[in-house]
Design a protein around this ligand. Structure first.
Ligand SMILES: [Zn+2]
Length: 176
């Protein structure tokens, strides 16, 4: 078991578009296992590979935190097939420690992904799992939740954000 170092806001890898995984080999399985350990040790409900320094399209979600009896699950090359409606929910992130804010996102998702055995899976959800997956897949596209906030929320978390990132932070999409 290895706990990996979590990259925090301002680290360039968090703003890169991660590459699809072509082959699920032993190194991918080992990374996934270590990501699960790291997520659990950090009390997170999800963790994406770029957050631990690997710009590849893999994430883990602790389904046990969402539904009793479930176990941590690995999602490889996830892709949205459908997104519908909209809702607001409080979000936090292991890469943006101690900052929580309300984010507006689609409510219902339909997603396809590969499991750790390389089998294609389809998942539909409109509850908390939908939210977690959207947040984690954003990491694969180089986006952080603090870049998605409405004006009031942005204002509210500004001080806390400056504590983590004293020279300020501008989302990659807003940079010229
Ligand atoms: Zn996050």
């Amino acid at each position: 078991m290895s706990i990996l170092k979590i990259r925090t806001i301002g680290d360039p890898i968090l703003e890169q578009i991660a590459k699809p995984i072509e082959k699920i080999d032993d190194s991918i399985i080992e990374l996934a296992t270590n990501m699960i350990d790291t997520m659990i040790a950090g009390d997170g409900v999800g963790l994406a590979a770029p957050q631990v320094g690997h710009s590849i399209r893999m994430l883990v979600v602790d389904l046990g935190m969402i539904t009793e009896g479930e176990i941590p699950t690995i999602f490889i090359n996830p892709e949205f097939l459908e997104m519908e409606d909209e809702c607001e929910m409080d979000e936090g992130c292991l890469s943006v420690p101690d900052v929580y804010a309300i984010v507006k996102r689609p409510k219902r998702i339909k997603l396809k992904y590969l499991d750790i055995d390389g089998r294609e899976q389809i998942l539909e959800d409109e509850e908390y799992l939908s939210r977690v997956l959207q947040h984690e897949i954003d990491h694969l596209d180089g986006k952080l939740f603090v870049g998605k906030l409405e004006k009031d929320e942005k204002k509210r978390i500004k001080k806390k954000l400056l504590k983590i990132k004293p020279d300020g932070w501008i989302p990659e999409s807003k940079k010229k």
